[in-house]
Design a protein around this ligand. Structure first.
Ligand code: APR
Ligand code: ZN
Length: 358
């Protein structure tokens, strides 16, 4: 049995419980989790944004060490350091064979079966992982080997927030040197977008959140300007961009209001990249004439349009050679028993990333 953070239903209490993982199959891998981040998509599992099945083991952003690998798994073995991938690619479907593994047709929905509670009740695991747990049992293609030596808390972030944020900048938007960037929502994902935009040479990089509290975090990852979100945001952004609006806006909240704000703050011919995952019934309203006349691009970035098998080791190498400093993203290192409090802080919009270190 392993200890895991379990949600029993929408808005119900989060409880650390003992669960029994499934047996190791020929294509699966058992991983001892060393660190796991608390991501907003976990909150979306339990606040009604998504509709997973309960009881549900939370967590999908994690790094660990392989305990055992099934007979048919060849790319990792016991002792290897790995990062978990919540969208493992089958490499055979249409999207995988057309260069879009992040849209793999076989990837797990919000939850899939993954063991039993102490009283024998079947549990689901978030995004096929359930990584806020001492150990996980996952498909072999859901583990990416990384070089030894990356601190566990930092490695965990490579599996979701950082891959998503850097991928949105590099793969989806292809931000170039000297372009102007707006980032709305400064959690682990938005802060990663700021970091990657600055690394790409973007300027200004205007960071936005709901209060002044996030300003120091934004500046620590390289934001050149900081604005508190209100209905005058687009005007304030135009004031920082010679009256035009930004070349690129990144929405890292997952709400129609902030998607519309990002759209309004973007210049004619510019690009809005939606990184946040919103509710199914939250409709975005844009004027038909505005869509035509503004010539803007509106697109989303799913999992940073990344191939984790390629991009996670590359990010890990950047951490090791010190060209990528993810330290400022992590504001709370906590124990599993303290994870419910981290979800409450996240719901209130406080702090950067909280990471459970085992
Ligand atoms: N304007 C600006 N910022 C906002 C607004 C708003 N109207 N509403 C919320 N925010 C801020 C919050 O204050 C918080 O700082 O957005 C930030 C979101 O951060 P987290 O909750 O830490 O979320 P994160 O894990 O970064 O994920 C962001 O990306 O992958 C998706 O599902 C994920 O939709 C989520 C988004
Ligand atoms: Zn995530």
């Amino acid at each position: 049995m392993v200890r895991a953070l379990v949600s029993r239903g929408v808005d119900g209490p989060l409880v650390v419980e003992d669960i029994t993982l499934p047996d190791l199959g020929p294509d699966s891998v058992r991983v001892r989790v060393r660190a796991a981040g608390v991501c907003h998509s976990d909150l979306s599992m339990i606040n009604g944004t998504l509709a997973p099945s309960f009881p549900l083991v939370l967590g999908h952003e994690a790094a660990g060490v392989v305990v055992a690998a099934g007979d048919r798994v060849t790319h990792v073995s016991a002792g290897d350091e790995v990062v978990l991938n919540w969208s493992p690619a089958c490499r055979q479907c249409w999207h995988c064979t057309h260069g879009q593994p992040w849209l793999c047709e076989t990837a797990a929905g919000p939850a899939k079966p993954g063991g039993t509670t102490a009283d024998g009740t079947p549990v689901s695991v978030t995004l096929g992982l359930g990584a806020l747990a001492e150990e996980v049992l996952v498909p072999g293609n859901a583990v990416v080997k990384v070089p030894a030596g990356v601190p566990a808390d930092v490695a965990a972030l490579l599996g979701c927030a950082v891959l998503t944020g850097t991928g949105a900048v590099r793969n989806t938007a292809a931000v170039r040197d000297g372009e102007s960037v707006l980032v709305i929502g400064l959690g682990g994902v938005g802060l990663s977008v700021v970091l990657a935009a600055r690394a790409a040479g973007a300027a200004p990089v205007i960071a936005v959140d709901v209060s002044e509290a996030k300003r120091p975090l934004a500046e620590a990852v390289g934001a050149t300007d900081y604005l508190v979100s209100d209905e005058r945001l687009a005007k304030a952004v135009r004031g920082l961009t010679e009256g035009r609006g930004v070349d690129h806006a990144f929405e890292c909240v997952g709400r129609s209001a902030t998607i519309q704000a990002a759209w309004r703050a973007t210049r004619r011919g510019g690009q809005v990249t939606v990184v946040g995952m919103g509710r199914r019934d939250d409709m975005v309203s844009l004027g038909a004439l505005d869509i035509f006349h503004s010539a803007k691009v509106l697109r989303s970035s799913v999992y940073g349009a990344a191939d984790p098998d390629r991009d996670v080791p590359a990010l890990a190498a950047s951490v090791l050679n010190k060209t990528l400093n993810l330290g400022p993203l992590i504001t709370d290192r906590i124990e599993l028993d303290d994870a419910p409090g981290a979800f409450e802080r996240m719901a209130r919009g406080e702090g950067g990333r909280s990471v459970v270190v085992f």
